[in-house]
Ligand binder design. Structure first.
Ligand code: AFP
Length: 279
């Protein structure tokens, strides 16, 4: 696991350089979700693949930017799914973006996840790695330094509601409005990494990306986005549900499967379950 952690750190340093210096124009290709790929998406995907290809314990990788998984070592235990640059549509307006990694043992299934990690490229570069505990690291002088352990409170103050309001179900709108009427503040940048990072570091709140009329299975991808953050939130003392069920109990039939998702502290997730019961 230590060499995987180091490879992620190495990739993050190179991605930070690429973000700072590379052209951020679009390529002519689309990813598996039908989104036009930025040249930087492709470049960062290659950076991570190259770092992981050096590690003998990695069996296979799956990237948000690749149609299919790539196998390195047939007998090895670890399977890693990653999104090289999540929120890349925010790059041209200079908002924070992130990389997300889910580390699985013996196959790409939530129940097989053994660690998860994300990196936020903001004014500072920070990395959160969850294995037994959830630990925050800061990039300083070209090396990642441990800062602190992250724990969520039982109740937060932030509300990050994803998706387009006109496509929300009425009971979802009621849930979002009820949090605002309790004094929750809106914090939504459109990048799940900085949005979920903010809720984690400020002690709690709710991030939601529900099933909508235009995306009945949600937008966010299970292997690269939803499962890693569910693992991180649960290890930090929070909760993650698809509206009813614990996300870490969900199956995954295709590497690009999506799911509705709700991440938060105890109080907000109980409200989600209540709002969605009998639906
Ligand atoms: P991009 O990678 O296309 O910028 O999408 C980002 C993202 O996958 C995730 O990071 C956000 O939370 C979510 O989409 C935002 O989607 P909406 O704009 O529909 O709320």
């Amino acid at each position: 696991m230590d060499n995987i952690f180091k490879a992620i750190q190495q990739s993050a340093k190179k991605i930070k350089q690429a973000i700072d210096t590379k052209d951020i124009g679009y390529s002519e290709s689309q990813n598996s979700s039908g989104e036009l790929q930025l040249q930087l998406d492709i470049k960062c995907d290659m950076i991570i693949e190259e770092e992981f290809s050096k590690i003998a314990s990695i069996n296979s990788i799956a990237s948000e930017e690749k149609e299919a998984a790539v196998q390195f070592h047939k007998q090895s235990p670890y399977f890693i799914a990653y999104d090289p640059i999540d929120g890349s549509s925010l790059l041209d307006v200079n908002l924070s973006v992130g990389s997300i990694f889910g580390i699985y043992k013996d196959g790409f299934e939530a129940k097989n996840m053994v660690a998860a990690c994300y990196v936020v490229y903001g004014p500072r570069v920070e990395m959160v790695f969850a294995h037994n505990k959830v630990k925050l690291h800061l990039l300083q002088n070209n090396s990642f330094e441990y800062i602190k352990e992250i724990r969520l409170n039982n109740k937060g103050k932030l509300n990050a509601p994803g998706g387009t309001q006109q496509n929300w179900k009425p009971y979802h709108k009621q849930l979002v409005d009820s949090l605002f009427s309790e004094g929750y503040r809106l914090r939504y940048s459109g990048g799940m990494v900085p949005d979920l990072h903010q809720i984690l570091l400020k002690g709690g709140g709710l991030f939601s990306y529900p099933a909508t009329s235009d995306k009945p299975h949600g937008k966010l991808r299970k292997l690269f986005e939803v499962f890693p953050f569910a693992f991180i939130y649960k290890k930090a003392g929070g909760f993650a549900v698809d509206s009813k069920q614990d996300i870490m109990e969900l199956g995954c039939s295709h590497i690009h499967d999506t799911s509705p998702c709700f991440f938060g502290s105890k109080y907000e997730i109980e409200k989600v379950i209540d709002a969605y019961k009998d639906r």
